[in-house]
Ligand binder design. Structure first.
Ligand SMILES: Cc1ncc(COP(=O)(O)O)c(C=O)c1O
Length: 360
C-alpha cells in the first residue's frame, strides 16, 4: 500500500492505525459476524459504542458535567441554521465575528433567522488576522456570539477567546477540534464537522451547555432540535453509524497519542517548522499576521504563480497530495491536522526547498 502525505483540507488524512483497524473490523465487528456497515443503531452493541465514544470525547476535552454531547448527522453547515433556531430563545439579535469565508457563511445563514450584528470584520484586510478583541462591538442583548476558531481557508486561528460576559460564546470548531486543549467552559456551544480531526464526513458533533436548551424556535425541525436529540441520546433517527464508529476509533487514537495536550505540542511544532521555512524563503509567502496564524491550515503562495501547476504536479509525484489552495484564494494550502505526521511536514519542507532551488 503506497500511502502519500495528504495535505487536503477535508475530508483529510486519517491515521494509518485507524484505517487498519477499520479494515480489520470491516467484515466482522467485535465478533458479531456483522459489519459496522450493517450494524443496527439501536442494538446493544451500537448503544455501547455511543456511550463509550461520548465518554472518550468528554475525557479528552475535559467536558464539564453541565454540557451535553451530541453526535449528529450532517455537515458542519447544518449548525449555521441549527444554532440560531436553538439559541435565539425568543431574542431577535445575535453577534457574529467575521474572520473569514466560513464565518461569512455562518453570518449569511444566520441572517435568515435573526438580525446579525457583525462585531468585527477582517474582510477589508483580506481576512489575514483576528481583529483585536478591544475593537469588537459586542451587543449585550445578543442571544449569542458566533466565532470560527479556525478559518480553514484563510489559515487564521484564534489563540485566545473574547470575553463575552453573560452572552454565550458559540464556536465552529470544524477544523481545530481535538488539535489542542480547549476550555469548554468559555463556550455555550461548540460544534464541528467530523471530517478533519474526528474521522469522516457525515457526522457532526455538538457540545452544548444544558441550560441553553429547551427554548428552540417551534419551527425547528425536530432532528435539529438539540434538546430533542439530547433526550434521544442522538438516536432520534437512524444514526450515521459508520462515521460515528470512525470517530470512536479516532478518539482512541488521540488518547493513545497522549491526548490533546500532546497533539497540541506536535501541531505547534509542525506549524512552526513550515512557517519558519516559508518566512525565510524569499520565494514562498504566507499573508497572515503571525499572531493569528493557524496551526491547522497553512496557505502559501509562490513568487511566480505561473509555476503553481508544476509545483502541484511535482509535489504529487513526490508523494505530497492535496496542496492546491482553495478556489477562493488560490495558491497552495497545507493542512496539518492531527493525522499529519511530522515526517510529512519535513517531506513538504524538503520538497519546497528543492523546488525553489531548481526553478529556471
Ligand atoms: C471552519 C469550517 N466550518 C464549516 C465547514 C463546512 O463543513 P461542511 O461541509 O461539513 O458543512 C468547513 C469545511 O471545510 C470548515 O472548515
Amino acid at each position: 500500500l503506497a500511502r502519500v502525505y495528504n495535505f487536503g483540507a477535508g475530508p483529510s488524512m486519517l491515521p494509518e492505525p485507524v484505517l487498519e483497524r477499520a479494515r480489520e473490523e470491516l467484515l466482522d465487528w467485535r465478533g458479531t459476524g456483522i459489519s459496522m456497515l450493517e450494524t443496527n443503531h439501536r442494538g446493544a452493541d451500537f448503544r455501547e459504542l455511543a456511550q463509550v465514544s461520548e465518554a472518550k470525547l468528554r475525557r479528552l476535552l475535559s467536558i464539564p458535567e453541565p454540557y451535553r454531547v451530541l453526535f449528529l448527522h450532517g455537515p458542519a453547515r447544518i449548525h449555521y441554521s441549527a444554532v440560531p433556531l436553538n439559541l435565539l430563545r425568543g431574542r431577535t439579535r445575535a453577534d457574529y465575528a467575521d474572520t473569514g469565508i466560513w464565518s461569512d457563511g455562518a453570518i449569511k445563514e444566520g441572517r435568515r433567522y435573526c438580525e446579525v450584528n457583525v462585531v468585527a470584520s477582517s474582510r477589508p484586510e483580506h481576512y489575514t488576522r483576528i481583529p483585536p478583541f478591544a475593537q469588537w462591538r459586542l451587543d449585550p442583548q445578543a442571544a449569542y456570539l458566533h466565532i470560527t476558531p479556525n478559518e480553514t481557508i484563510g489559515g487564521v486561528e484564534f489563540h485566545d477567546w473574547p470575553d463575552t460576559g453573560e452572552v454565550p460564546l458559540v464556536g465552529d470548531f470544524s477544523s481545530t477540534i481535538l488539535s489542542r486543549p480547549v476550555d469548554v467552559e468559555r463556550f455555550g456551544l461548540i460544534y464541528s464537522g467530523a471530517q478533519k480531526n474526528m474521522g469522516i464526513a457525515g457526522l457532526s458533533v455538538v457540545i452544548v451547555r444544558e441550560d441553553l436548551l429547551g427554548a428552540a424556535d417551534p419551527r425547528t425541525p425536530s432532528m435539529l432540535d438539540y434538546a430533542h436529540q439530547v433526550a434521544e441520546r442522538s438516536l432520534a433517527a437512524t444514526a450515521p453509524t459508520f462515521a460515528w464508529y470512525l470517530a470512536d476509533l479516532m478518539l482512541d487514537w488521540v488518547e493513545a497519542q497522549g491526548g490533546v495536550a500532546a497533539m497540541a505540542e506536535r501541531n505547534r511544532r509542525k506549524a512552526e517548522k513550515l512557517y519558519r521555512f516559508i518566512d525565510g524563503s524569499n520565494y514562498y509567502a504566507n499573508p497572515v499576521e503571525p499572531a493569528s496564524r493557524s496551526w491547522m491550515n497553512v496557505p502559501f503562495t509562490l513568487a511566480e504563480p505561473a509555476e503553481d501547476e508544476r509545483f502541484l504536479a511535482e509535489a504529487r509525484a513526490a508523494g505530497l497530495a492535496g496542496l492546491k489552495g482553495h478556489r477562493f484564494v488560490g495558491g497552495m494550502r497545507a493542512s496539518l491536522y492531527n493525522a499529519m505526521p511530522e515526517a510529512g511536514v519535513d517531506a513538504l519542507v524538503a520538497f519546497m526547498g528543492d523546488f525553489m532551488e531548481r526553478r529556471p
